[in-house]
Design a protein around this ligand. Structure first.
Ligand SMILES: [Zn+2]
Length: 407
C-alpha cells in the first residue's frame, strides 16, 4: 500500500482545493437550486471514475407546515455510478455512499471556507479548514472519490461490484432517499458511508435510533374578552402534553425525549386554536423504541377530548431505528481494523447518540460502517472544521479495506 499512500498524500493540496470549492457551493437540504447545482458539479467531479452517471429523480415528500397543513416538497436527484467487476461469477457487492446536502441553507451566514493553523493532537501545528459541510459530509465525498480513484489505479477490482450513491436529503431524515434505500439495499453485501469519524479519529459502532413526533393540538378560537369561556386553548393543551412527554425522561435509562419546538398562537387577544409540538426521541434498542412509541400515543389519547372541544393528532415517529453491531458487521469491523493496521492506523470504536443513513440501511438488512469520512468536529455549527491531513489518510483507509476484498 506504500505507493497508494504516497500517491494520495501527494494529492492532499488538490483534495483541499476541491473541498473548498464544493463547500462554497451551497446545498442546504431545502434549496432545490443549490442541490441541483451541486449535483451538476458532482457529476463532473466523478467523471474520472465513470462518465456514466445515473441521475435518479426522487419522489416528493410531505412536510407539515406551521399551520399544520401538509405540503409536498421536492428534493434534488440522487446520483449513482457503477463500477462493475470484470471477473465472471459472484462478486462482492459494495455500496459507497454519503449525502451532499448540508444543514446550512442559502440564508445562513456561514457560507465560505477559511483555512487556518491550529494545534493538533500531538501538540504539533496542523492545517485545518472551517466551512459549511467540510466534514458533514462534503469532506466525505472528497475522501470517497479519491479512495475510488486510488483503488481503480492501484488495485485489481475485477472481483468487486462497486457502486457509489450520493443523496440530497440526509440532513432532514432522508424522507425521499429512503425510498431508494428500500429498493436497492438488498442488492449489496456491505455499505461504507462517509459520515465524519469522531474528533479523536474513532469510528462509530452502535448508533442510537432517532425520530421526531409531530403533535398537532387543536382547540377553538375565541375573543379573549368577549367570549373567553367559549374558547379552547390549543397552546395550553400543547404545553400540558409537552410536560407529560418530558416526564417520560428517566423512565428508561437509554431513552431521551426532547420537546424541541412548540409553536402556536398569533394575536394575544385571541384564544389560540392551534399549536404544533416537535418532539425528538433517542432510543438504544427495539424494545425501547416500541415502548416510547406506545407512550407517545398514550399521551396523545389522554389529551384528545373531542367532546370538550380538544383534538390531538400525532404523526412522525422513529424513522431511523437503532443500529446495533451484528455478526456480519463484527467481521467487517475486524477487517477494517486489519486494513488500518496495514497502513499504520489503529482503529478504535465508540458509540454515538446521532443517527445516519447507516441506521436505515442496517434496518433494511444491509450491514454497514458509516464513519469512513475525515476527522474534524463541531458539525452543524458555524465552527465546523476538518483536519486536512485526514483527507488522504481516510482515502487510504478505504483503499486498504477494498484491497482486503480483492481476492
Ligand atoms: Zn449532519
Amino acid at each position: 500500500m506504500q505507493d497508494v499512500q504516497t500517491w494520495l498524500a501527494d494529492h492532499q493540496a488538490q483534495m483541499a482545493n476541491e473541498l473548498e470549492t464544493l463547500c462554497n457551493l451551497n446545498s442546504g437540504s431545502d434549496s432545490l437550486i443549490g442541490l441541483s447545482q451541486v449535483a451538476n458539479w458532482l457529476t463532473e467531479y466523478f467523471e474520472p471514475i465513470s462518465s456514466i452517471v445515473e441521475r435518479i429523480e426522487l419522489p416528493s415528500y410531505e412536510l407539515l407546515d406551521e399551520q399544520a397543513v401538509i405540503r409536498s416538497q421536492a428534493t434534488g436527484p440522487a446520483l449513482r455510478w457503477n463500477i462493475p467487476g470484470s471477473a465472471p461469477g459472484k462478486k462482492k457487492r459494495l455500496l459507497l455512499t454519503i449525502h451532499y446536502d448540508t444543514v446550512y441553507g442559502p440564508e445562513n451566514p456561514f457560507q465560505v471556507c477559511e483555512r487556518y493553523e491550529d494545534i493538533g493532537p500531538g501538540g504539533q501545528p496542523e492545517l485545518r479548514m472551517r466551512g459549511p459541510g467540510v466534514i458533514d459530509a462534503k469532506g466525505g465525498i472528497v475522501v470517497l472519490r479519491w479512495a475510488v480513484l486510488a483503488a481503480k489505479k492501484f488495485l485489481d477490482l475485477s472481483h468487486i461490484d462497486l457502486s457509489i450513491v450520493l443523496t440530497p436529503d440526509e440532513e432532514i431524515g432522508s424522507p425521499a432517499s429512503s425510498h431508494l434505500w428500500q429498493r436497492i439495499a438488498s442488492t449489496f453485501d456491505f455499505a461504507m458511508l462517509y459520515e465524519p469519524c469522531l474528533a479523536d479519529g474513532s469510528m462509530v459502532s452502535n448508533r442510537k435510533g432517532t425520530g421526531t413526533f409531530v403533535v398537532v393540538a387543536r382547540g377553538k378560537a375565541a375573543h379573549s374578552g368577549r367570549n373567553f369561556r367559549e374558547g379552547r386553548n390549543a397552546v395550553t393543551l400543547a404545553c400540558q402534553m409537552a410536560l407529560a412527554m418530558d416526564a417520560l425522561n428517566g423512565e428508561r435509562p437509554n431513552v431521551t425525549i426532547n420537546v424541541g419546538r412548540i409553536r402556536g398562537g398569533e394575536a394575544v387577544n385571541v384564544v389560540p386554536d392551534l399549536a404544533v409540538l416537535h418532539v425528538n426521541v433517542r432510543v438504544s434498542n427495539r424494545e425501547d423504541q416500541t415502548w416510547i412509541e406506545s407512550q407517545m400515543q398514550q399521551v396523545g389519547q389522554r389529551f384528545n377530548a373531542p367532546e370538550s372541544g380538544y383534538r390531538v393528532e400525532i404523526t412522525g415517529g422513529i424513522k431511523s431505528p437503532p443500529k446495533n453491531v451484528d455478526e456480519t458487521t463484527t467481521i467487517w469491523m475486524e477487517q477494517i481494523e486489519r486494513a488500518g493496521f496495514q497502513i499504520g492506523e489503529s482503529i478504535s470504536w465508540k458509540l454515538s447518540g446521532g443517527a445516519s443513513d447507516g441506521n436505515k440501511l442496517s434496518a433494511l438488512g444491509l450491514p454497514n460502517i458509516d464513519t469512513f469520512g475525515p476527522e474534524g468536529d463541531l458539525l452543524h455549527s458555524d465552527q465546523e472544521w476538518v483536519r486536512l491531513s485526514s483527507l488522504p489518510r481516510k482515502a487510504l483507509l478505504t483503499a486498504a479495506v477494498i484491497k482486503g476484498q480483492c481476492v
